[in-house]
Design a binder for this molecule. Sequence first.
Ligand SMILES: Cc1ncc(COP(=O)(O)O)c(C=O)c1O
Length: 433
Amino acid sequence: MPITRRDLFLHAARAGAALAVPLGTGLARAQQQGRDDWSAVRDSFTLAPDVIHMSAMLLASHPAPVRNAIARHRLALDADPVTYLEANGERLTEGSRKAAADYLGVHPGHVALTDSTTMGIGLFYSSLALGPDDEVLTTEEDYYVTHHALRHLTERTGAKVRRISLFDSAREATKEAVAARIRDQIRPETRVLALTWVHSSTGFKLPAADISEVLREVNEGRDEDNRILFGLDAVHGFGVEDENFRDLGVDFYAAGCHKWLFGPRGTGIAAISDAGLALSRPTIPTFDDSTVFSAWYVREEPSEGNNGLRMTPGGFKPFEHRWSLPEAFDFHESIGRSRVAARTHGLARALKEALSSVPGVRVHTPAGPDLSSGIVAFEMEGRSSDEAVAGLRERGIIASVAPYPSALARLTPSIRNTEQEIDKVAAAVRALV
Ligand SMILES: Cc1ncc(COP(=O)(O)O)c(C=O)c1O
């Protein structure tokens, strides 16, 4: 008997329902079996059990709710891509935007959906409406992505970019000294401050709220259209720290959802304030703001103004990933934001303490929670970081070398890891010395 489209949809729906085991069920089962909640969190990933995954800062594996949502949408798209897209596309895309907006504490109209942190940063910085008399202030500690997006801005507009150092040593830095250094370096021509929330070189976490307070004071003495905007590569705080867009006091926030949030690979978000929207311009034609397309259709100009939908690059996407974002935010919220932050900080602190007690190991990440997050960066006397990371990989531990000139070794404990794994990692590092 031929399989009809309806059969396929029913099959997709049933498969999705069967696969969709909510995390809550896993938690209840874990409690019945006398295991802690964190085992249930761990069990919702299909991670290779013989490997210690200290790699949350790189690329996510999908927890069950995200995997199941992707599978559900994929089955339906494979059955009939056009009908499924036409019937559900707008609703599902706006559902993803709303989930991101709720998480960040902003209106959905301020959220752009992207493929990655890199895409968000590239779209925003390189499209800023600045000129040769304007300056963007950034730092040596920022990542390649911010530096090169700003290089593209300079090439297009002539705007100047100036790099400063935030500190001499991440480990010795203080909130006050970092905020003071920013204050001292602001010039009349500075229009944008482009920084990174948690540095992937050392694991230093920026005192973002203190810096936005500095900007607030400076901006009080400026005209509205000359105020300094604060942009953040937020990827290594997003999905870890319990602070949202408003708490940080930023104008632009970009993050990939495929790292600490454990969201679908190839998804990202950017949130942009009113001032940020006024200074930025869409680069890739939107498919999300239908008013732009409708105007084109009748050969009229689109209405003035900018929004997160217009900043969202158009074109067809791997929609099964984009549409599974709500499940990633739900997974996170079902564990609890403050619990995720406390767990990640707790494991990172234990790892820093254990590594600090190994002779010949120097931890570069600040010790306290105010200036650090989930990344733990270190170096070993007598061994390059490449050698250290290769030695750890031989022992089944996934670490990485920071892609910066200082090239520190990095371990990133997350909600997927256990205290026992921290002990094993510290023992492996000790054995390598
Ligand atoms: C600070 C920072 N920004 C951006 C990225 C790239 O993120 P994405 O893959 O989401 O573009 C990385 C590393 O992967 C990073 O460490």
